[in-house]
Ligand binder design. Structure first.
Ligand SMILES: [Zn+2]
Length: 162
């Protein structure tokens, strides 16, 4: 059964056998490579593509809405519980805008402060792990310490501290 389609380069009419659909041929009109396609199949593909795009857009919109809701809720909670703290701590600040700014600064500052407080603990733990590692290396080296001195291997290992 002969099928008709249009060349995608020159829009010239092409006729081909149904089983040749999907084949790439040189267009007899313009000489460029063109793919033979079933007219219905192309439409279905385009419809599927638009459907996919629509679904993706819908998902994006839903995600955006969820993000706005979560952020809004967080912001509201922060405002609800943080504002009295600001008002109590800094009663001299009258402007509400300044209060909001102070609240935001506080929210940014607290995690930073926490990080600074926790950093020495992390360093201490890392140092202890390093010492333990060194001890285990020394223990493993002890049986064949006659081959190479432990001092040189210890020196080789020190860069891992940095
Ligand atoms: Zn053509």
């Amino acid at each position: 059964m002969l099928i008709k389609c249009i060349c995608k380069s020159c829009a010239g009419h092409l006729e081909f056998e149904e089983e040749n659909a999907g084949q790439k041929i040189k267009c007899p009109h313009c000489g460029f490579d063109t793919t033979l396609y079933l007219p219905g199949a192309e439409r279905a593909e385009a419809a599927l593509a638009t459907l996919n795009r629509k679904l993706r857009l819908q998902k994006l919109v839903l995600l955006g809405l969820a993000a706005v809701l979560v952020l809004g809720g967080l912001g509201w909670c922060l405002y609800h519980w943080g504002m009295p703290v600001i008002e109590n701590q800094f009663p001299s600040v009258e402007s509400p805008l300044l209060r909001v700014l102070m609240l935001m600064a506080l929210c940014l500052g607290l995690p930073l402060l926490l990080m600074w407080l926790l950093l020495p603990i992390f360093l201490f733990l890392a140092w202890r792990r390093f010492l333990r590692l060194m001890a285990s290396i020394e223990q493993h080296l002890r049986p064949n310490s006659s081959a190479d001195s432990p001092e040189t291997t210890a020196e080789e290992e020190t860069p891992t501290k940095a």
